[in-house]
Every structure is written in C-alpha cells, then in structure tokens.
Ligand binder design. Structure first.
Ligand code: ATP
Ligand code: MG
Length: 428
C-alpha cells in the first residue's frame, strides 16, 4: 500500500503531468469535477486541489475531505497572485498552497514532507542534543512566547513546530511559507484589509492572524518575510494588536507565532532585508536543530522508524545490510533527514526491499575529489560494474513502467546519461 492521492484538476494535460510527477511515489487517481471528487474521497490521504472546477469551487471540497479523513493533506493550486484564495484555503484547513506554474519536484516533496507530519507521526531521536531541544520545546510549548526554529534544510523544523503546537493546548495550526507569498500581497494576507483599501480590494478580507485566533501561526522561511510588513509583525508580537489595511482601529488576536528559517538571518540583517528588532523579538526562544551529521546517534533510529513505515506502505519486508548501514553512518547528509528518507525510499524501490551498500552508494551525493574514501575511490575502483548498472536501470524502469524520464529522475542521473548507458549496455 502507498499513500493515496487524489488529483482534482479539470485540465487533462495538467492532471496528466501531476499524475506523472506524483505517480512514482504515490497511488494516484484523477477527478475532473467537484462532483466526481466528492464521490471518491474514501481512503484518500492527500488531495491536490485546483480551485476552479467546471461545477464549482475547489474550496468546497476541503470540508468533505476532512470529514472523510481528518488527517487528509490538502494542497491547493492557485493562479499566480490570487492570494486571497490561498488565505481562504489555509483557513479552511488546507496544508499548503502552490502557485501556478507548479514546480513538480517541489509538489512531490511537499506531499512527502506533509503526509507523515500531518499524521502526527513521531519525532524520532536518540541524541542528547535532540533530547535537550525537546526539553526546551516542552518548556516553551504551553507559553504564548514566540519561538524561532533554525537549522539546515531537512533537519525537521516543521516537525518541531508542529510538536510545539501539539503540546501548546492551542486550537488550530496554520502554516504559511513566507517565500511563496507575493510580496505586494503579504500585508493583506497576514493582517487582512477593509473594502476599498487598495485597488482590487472589492471586499473586506480577514487575514491569517485573525484566522489563527486561539491557535498557532507558523511562519516558515521567515527570512523571506517582506521588509515592509516586518514592523507590523513586530508590533503584533509586542502588543497582540495589528492594523488591517484601510482600518483606523486596531484589531486584536491571540496567536502564537512560531517562525523557522534555514537561512542565515545575521546575513539578512547585514543586508538590511531583515530587521534587527524583529529578529531579537522572535529569537527570545531560539531552537537550533543541528544537522544530522552532528548527531549521528539519530541516524539508525530514524532509519528503523522509516523502514518500518516503508514495510507498511509497500506491504513487504524492507531491510538494510550491515555495509549499507555503515555507509549511511559515515555519510554527510547535506539534505539531512529528508535526504535520508529519500535515499531509503529510492533504495527500497530499486532493490525490492533488500537494501545493500551498492544500491545506496549511487544515491549519495558525494562531491568527487573531496574525500578519497567516499568520492574518487568508489569511482576509480569501478565498484559500479556494468552488471550492477544494468540491474539498477532495469529495476528503475520496471518500477516506473518503462518511463525513462522518471527512471532517470529516480536514479539521480540525467535523461541523456540514462540513454547513453542503456545504449552502452545494449539495453536499447
Ligand atoms: N526527528 C524526526 N523524526 C521523524 N521524521 C523527521 C524528523 N526530522 C525530520 N523528519 C522528516 O524529514 C522530512 C523533512 O522535515 P521538515 O519538513 O520538518 O524539514 P525542514 O527543516 O522544515 O526543512 P526545510 O528547511 O527544507 O523546509 C519530513 O518528512 C519529516 O517528517
Ligand atoms: Mg520546512
């Protein structure tokens, strides 16, 4: 069994593209109308939702989807700049929104990140450093104080943000990626606006601060928050008050802010794209998640946790050889936990379940020349025999039903390289 994703999109070509992108890792089905989508919500764990459908608004599906499965991850596709719809969707319980044109790789990764997180799966750790962080998180969780979570990409910042929310006793959790929010609409998106307050504001709209009243607002990639709205956020953090666009009277909202960033805010402050006063306010409770390579004790517990999940999803045994384990324990994981999980998934698919070091090695991102052991050595000693390559390519092709582009993506090689290798190996 794989996670099941429903693609709700009336444009057939686009639906096909989404299906091709998601189809490698998820079981997918397509609905081209609201009516059709409503009739196949059973057993669905994720929904990719276009908002304009021939028989109504996509937003109307979010409620029924959560009735069918409260943990269903809904990702909404919005037209460029139609941010009000995105705000509405987030208020209604969508997990995220993506603007057209949709980056297919980002889309797949978003579902991979959110499906387990939304299902409130465990935060796995063993290292003393993570234990310390969680103890601090437990202490700060029930307070109203803002929290700033920093750490490299894939270290689990969003997982930690949701953990804090779960232990806060607060109502809803709304996540907003500040990098994907059009700058000119940031103010209205966060704080709302009154009717006629700017050109195009035909109706009054509440912002996310109002929608998150009593809950948590997660500002992901806060380093990308437009400088123009930073003073307003600071004022809100200090007083709980904010001014809607076009209003003369301040509004109040009880919202706990959790912010996260994988960027260096110090540099952003030097460049004057991030205000120092806001940084100090946000970072009164800083939580820094160290990269996975600095807490290697966490690697095997994470591997066991993920393989257990793969077993359940794939419906077959998945295990790791001793040498594969050693390889993982020695690897630098520039993409941290996300990369570890991706490597395990790819290797499990390629090998059918028995993950060996030779199935993992090609998936590691080792800069050649940097380390004799990890880089050049493996290449020069030609550990990748032609036979092995043939095996890997056949397995990848079998997995993607013969789709070469998808197979190349899975193998982390270019399409051209795949064709060249296939020619050399006499496979075409
Ligand atoms: N301690 C953990 N236990 C279980 N899963 C984890 C843990 N840390 C990270 N993950 C998993 O790793 C993936 C990436 O985590 P997450 O999205 O929280 O990273 P991030 O720090 O927000 O990355 P980015 O900066 O790229 O947004 C997710 O699938 C998440 O479930
Ligand atoms: Mg994140």
């Amino acid at each position: 069994m794989k996670y099941k994703i429903l693609i709700v999109e009336d444009n057939r070509k686009l639906a096909g593209l989404f299906q091709e992108a998601l189809g490698n890792q998820f079981e997918t089905c397509i609905a081209s109308s609201l009516r059709q989508a409503r009739s196949c919500l059973n057993g669905i764990q994720g929904i990719l939702l276009d908002l304009q459908l021939p028989d109504g608004e996509g937003l109307d599906l979010i409620g029924p989807a959560h009735e069918a499965n409260p943990l269903c991850v809904v990702i909404v596709v919005t037209a460029y700049g139609s941010i009000q719809e995105a705000v509405k969707a987030l208020k209604l319980g969508a997990a995220d929104f993506l603007e057209k044109p949709v980056d297919l790789e980002a889309l797949t990764q978003r579902f991979r990140d959110l499906l387990p997180v939304q299902r409130q799966e465990e935060l796995v750790y063993k290292s003393a450093r993570m234990l310390e962080i969680l103890q601090e998180a437990d202490r700060v969780a029930p307070t109203p104080f803002p929290v700033l979570i920093t750490g490299e990409t894939g270290t689990g910042k969003e997982v930690l943000a949701r953990y804090i929310h779960q232990h806060s006793g607060r109502k809803g959790f709304i996540g907003l990626n500040c990098a994907s929010m059009p700058r000119e609409l940031a103010d209205s998106m966060l704080f709302g606006h009154l009717r006629g307050s700017f050109t195009g504001a035909a109706e009054a709209r509440r912002g996310l601060l109002s929608a998150a009243d009593g809950g948590t607002l997660f500002l992901d990639e806060v380093g990308d928050l437009p400088i123009s709205v930073q003073p307003k956020l600071l004022r809100f953090l200090d007083s709980g008050c904010y001014l809607q666009l076009g209003d003369v009277q301040e509004s109040r909202s009880d919202v706990r802010i959790i912010a996260a960033t994988n960027r260096d805010l110090q540099k952003a402050m030097e460049r004057e794209s991030f205000r120092e006063d806001l940084y100090f306010r946000l970072s009164s409770f800083p939580l820094h998640i160290p990269p996975l390579r600095e807490r290697r004790e966490d690697i095997m517990p994470l591997v066991r946790f993920h393989l257990e999940k793969s077993r359940a999803l794939l419906g077959r045994e998945v295990c790791l050889s001793d040498r594969a384990r050693e390889l993982l324990l020695g690897y630098s994981f520039p993409g941290n936990v996300r990369e570890l999980f991706n490597i395990l998934d790819r290797a499990a698919l390629l090998t059918g379940g028995n993950i060996t070091s030779s199935s993992i090695r090609p998936l590691l991102d080792v800069p050649s020349g940097e380390s004799a052991l990890h880089g050049n050595f493996w290449i020069k000693s030609r550990m990748h025999t032609l036979e092995k390559e043939r095996e890997l390519i056949s397995a990848a092709l079998a997995e993607t039903g013969g789709n070469k582009a998808a197979a190349a993506r899975n193998l982390k090689i270019s399409y051209k390289t795949l064709l060249n290798k296939m020619k050399k190996l006499g496979m075409m």
